[in-house]
Design a protein around this ligand. Structure first.
Ligand code: FAD
Length: 308
């Protein structure tokens, strides 16, 4: 008889590793399978300054420390794997890797994270992390007294633009339509803010600079005119793509493709839990992923103990 793990976790970011720490410390036979590297988005983050108890830490260092911790409790961790097929509907959850290996478990925790939607324009790869950001909570502090551009017209864009004015000298919001999609109160607050100005019916076309970002090209969609704006940073808030594609046939997702979970992180399918940036929620941080992963692991533990 092939080995059956107690719990199989998909994703080795903050959520998956936290779930792994709790599950394996609770003596569950735990397997983490990740299509990415250990740490997920944490390793894309130069410095994390808002993780409680650790004043400032490099993203990869926090990831490495979580990896050592999860392994010390006996969790099996396999990263950079390619999963070919998911068979999650039956009581025993099963996956098959590209190399033919099959793994089984009594419960599963989905923690595949997500990725911010980007503009996909010239200069993007060059200046990501050197002027281009997708997270005001994470990076605002690096732009004290600087000129910033915010791209987007939804609630995140307008609320984060207001947040950024607590740090920056000025924020210019660039939005493709002549009106915003955000709630009226968010629009009013941004419009009332003396540090915010607006460029409507326009889109960014190019990022440029030297060591760091220095300017952007902006096209007016009505006139076709292209102008340049000097800026120290651009924050892009045009949506978020959860990495849930592989699981959508098995568990319920909302109109944004995010997993729908209850407060115990249960999905619509018994024995399957979800955690981290992939679930429907407003705030996406390392701390919130760690919290989700903890709850998912404890819920999965209870599910398995009850079954046994
Ligand atoms: C540039 C940047 C800076 C940030 N700075 C901060 C900060 O300063 N402070 C803070 O608190 N937060 C910050 N964040 C946000 C924070 O990093 C995330 O909220 C958090 O790391 C998400 O963790 P996660 O485990 O949910 O997902 P992820 O970190 O995205 O991990 C998911 C992992 O699962 C893998 N995967 C995807 N699909 C599958 C699949 N089908 N099967 C198996 N594995 C899969 C992915 O490759 C990935 O490695 C930042 C984010 C970015 C992008």
């Amino acid at each position: 008889m092939e080995k059956i793990y107690d719990v199989m976790i998909f994703g080795a970011g903050a959520a998956g590793l936290s779930a792994g720490i709790y599950a394996s410390r609770g003596k569950l036979d735990t397997l983490i399978l990740s299509e990415g590297v250990t740490g997920g988005q944490m390793v894309l983050t130069n410095e994390i300054a808002n993780y409680p108890g650790v004043e400032t830490v490099k993203g990869y260092e926090l990831a490495d420390s979580m990896k050592r911790q999860v392994k010390s409790f006996g969790c099996t961790l396999k990263t950079n794997v390619k999963i070919k097929e998911y068979r999650l509907s039956d009581e025993i959850k099963e996956v098959e890797l590209g190399d033919g290996r099959v793994f089984r478990a009594k419960a599963a925790i989905l923690a595949p994270g997500g990725r911010p939607r980007s503009l996909n324009i010239p200069g993007e790869k060059e200046f990501e992390g050197r002027g281009i950001s997708y997270c005001a909570t994470c990076d605002a502090d690096f732009f004290k007294d600087k000129r910033l551009v915010v791209v987007g017209g939804g609630n995140s864009a307008l609320e984060e633009a207001v947040t950024l004015t607590h740090f920056a000298s000025h924020v210019t919001i660039v939005h493709q339509f002549d009106h915003f999609q955000a709630f009226a109160h968010a629009v009013e607050e941004a419009e009332r803010n003396p540090k915010i100005s607006f460029i409507m019916e326009s889109e960014l076309r190019e990022y440029s600079g030297g060591e760091t970002l220095e300017k952007v090209k902006i096209e007016n969609l009505r006139t076709g005119e292209v102008s340049e704006l000097e800026t120290d940073g651009v924050f892009v808030f045009i949506g978020y793509i959860p990495n849930t594609e592989a699981f959508r046939d098995f568990v319920e997702t909302n109109q944004n493709g995010e997993f729908v979970v209850d407060p115990l992180m249960k999905t619509s399918l018994p024995g399957i839990y979800a955690a981290g940036d992939c679930v429907a929620k407003r705030y996406r941080q390392v701390t919130t992923s760690v919290s989700d992963g903890t709850i998912a692991a404890l819920s999965a533990t209870e599910y398995i103990r009850t079954k046994n």
